[in-house]
Design a protein around this ligand. Structure first.
Ligand SMILES: Cc1cc2nc3c(=O)[nH]c(=O)nc-3n(C[C@H](O)[C@H](O)[C@H](O)COP(=O)(O)OP(=O)(O)OC[C@H]3O[C@@H](n4cnc5c(N)ncnc54)[C@H](O)[C@@H]3O)c2cc1C
Length: 430
């Protein structure tokens, strides 16, 4: 079980199958560092790793334990690219910055797998590609356009017809799709734990059970306080994503935390595994309330989708995911459902991740819109580059001012309304 989480979403397959966690004692002293990193998910761990490898003294403060947030609970899908297609990114951010964002996000999957190789992280990496499955003809046309734009930039995306995608996934519900061979999947919590151990080995100090209560100006830098300790540093990286509290005024209001949930079976038999995802790709589909699914290394089937804020609604979503699985994959036969869990993803209104300078020496990176395994890893690297002195205009993501969403308090209602509308449209196949 993941500690300190509400029971309805705590039964994660990943924590049940995790490697031993690194020792991360709470901060109980007053100390100094070049950089303080707040939050121990992929963003913070990747930043801490890069800083420590560059010889900087770095203290990472995590409220619970490394990988406790979305990084230890997600679908483990390694998804290259951003939500928008390359041309839209270049049009919005300009030829130079846009091209840099396209390149960095396109190479993000490779960056993850390179780190895993270099650091020897035991997290069951599978580099079989990411399948995007079209639920109707219009969605298929949009995927064709995505493939065209990436192909024009040298990326090896390939369209799949109805028969090919049915054979690859093991269900006939899709009219086609595309495969992005740059993607894949992994054990998400073990990836986070591996990053934490590698950062420690490089010299980073990682403190669990160390929720940051205040960040205050002191001299030319900052004083970062937990209940029992203080770190003083010139630079602070805020990496709290969907679990952002009120530490930095306006930051929590710049994203909308939305719950995503998953259910997993017990390991499936060899007979069934021959026809369900035989190539071990991880698909996600094009429905508005998208389904994402995969097998793990032991042959458990994992189905994910949108959750709800309340417990009863979340339980209903678990049931809906189990039903969807059994309808799409009747060959599974009677299934033993063994795990159900979830966590918060941080959505942004513009669908882009945000890199916000929120003070002279403070940078926040967040808002991966449910695609953070690859992007958050890269964002952590970008934030570390900034702390190492790279000029803002030379970073791989644009630094933008913090923009709290107007009437943020009402967003939950908005999310519920959007959920109902999207459910209706998906149900009609539109
Ligand atoms: C159910 C689910 C499925 C998903 N599936 C996928 C997928 O298949 N592929 C994909 O690419 N992405 C997926 N995502 C998204 C992905 O997990 C996230 O984008 C990514 O993990 C974000 O990493 P992060 O480090 O920014 O944030 P997190 O991993 O959420 O870490 C933030 C950390 O900050 C800590 N924190 C908060 N406040 C404080 C404080 N005051 N002091 C100290 N620490 C603090 C929290 O405890 C937390 O550990 C999924 C997410 C969920 C929830």
């Amino acid at each position: 079980m993941i500690a300190n989480e509400i029971p309805v979403i705590a039964d994660s397959l990943w924590s049940a199958t995790a490697n031993p966690a690194p020792d991360c004692p709470p901060l109980v002293t007053e100390t100094d560092a070049d950089v303080v990193v707040i939050g121990g998910g992929y963003t913070g761990l990747s930043a801490a790793l890069r800083l420590a490898e560059a010889g900087r003294s770095v203290a990472l403060l995590e409220a619970e334990s490394p990988g406790w947030g979305a990084s230890g609970r997600n679908g483990g899908q390694v998804n290259p690219g951003l939500k928008e297609d390359p041309e839209a990114i270049e049009a919005r951010f300009g030829a130079e910055m846009g091209a840099r964002m396209v390149r960095a996000s396109g190479e993000a999957g490779q960056a993850v797998f390179d780190l895993i190789d270099r650091l020897g992280i035991r997290c069951d990496p599978v580099r079989a590609g990411w399948i995007r499955a079209a639920h109707n003809g219009r969605a298929l046309e949009a995927l064709r356009e995505t493939a065209r734009q990436w192909q024009a930039r040298g990326a090896p995306l390939r369209m799949l017809d109805r028969e090919e995608i049915a054979a690859m996934i093991g269900t006939g519900v899709y009219c086609g799709g595309l495969i992005d061979p740059r993607g894949g999947n992994l054990h998400p919590l073990n990836y986070a734990l591996g990053l934490a151990m590698a950062a420690q080995a490089a010299g980073a100090r990682i403190h669990g059970q160390s929720r940051v209560r205040a960040v205050t100006r002191e001299g030319g830098g900052y004083r970062v306080s937990t209940v029992r300790g203080i770190v003083r540093a010139r630079r602070v990286l805020v990496c709290t994503n969907g679990y952002t509290g009120d530490l930095i005024p306006g930051l929590a209001q710049s994203v909308v935390p939305v719950r995503s949930v998953q259910v997993a079976t017990a390991p499936l038999g060899d007979n069934v595994l021959r026809s369900v995802l035989p190539g071990r790709q991880a698909p996600s589909d094009t429905r508005r309330l998208l389904l994402y699914y995969r097998l793990d290394a032991q042959g458990r089937f994992i189905m994910g989708g949108r959750g709800a804020y309340d417990e009863a609604g979340t339980r209903r979503q678990f049931q809906a995911l189990r039903r969807a699985t059994e309808t799409m994959f009747p060959q599974l036969g009677p299934v033993t459902w063994a795990h159900a869990w979830g966590g918060f993803v941080a959505m942004t209104l513009d669908h882009y991740p945000h890199l916000n300078r929120v003070g002279d020496g403070i940078l926040a990176g967040l808002g991966y819109n449910g695609r953070g395994v690859a992007t958050a890893t890269v964002m952590g690297r970008v934030m570390a580059d900034w702390a190492l002195g790279r000029p803002e205009e030379a970073l791989d993501f644009p630094v933008t001012p913090l923009r709290p969403i107007p009437m943020h308090g009402l967003r939950r209602l908005g999310v519920r309304a959007a959920l109902l509308k999207n459910q209706l449209l998906d149900g009609l196949g539109l």
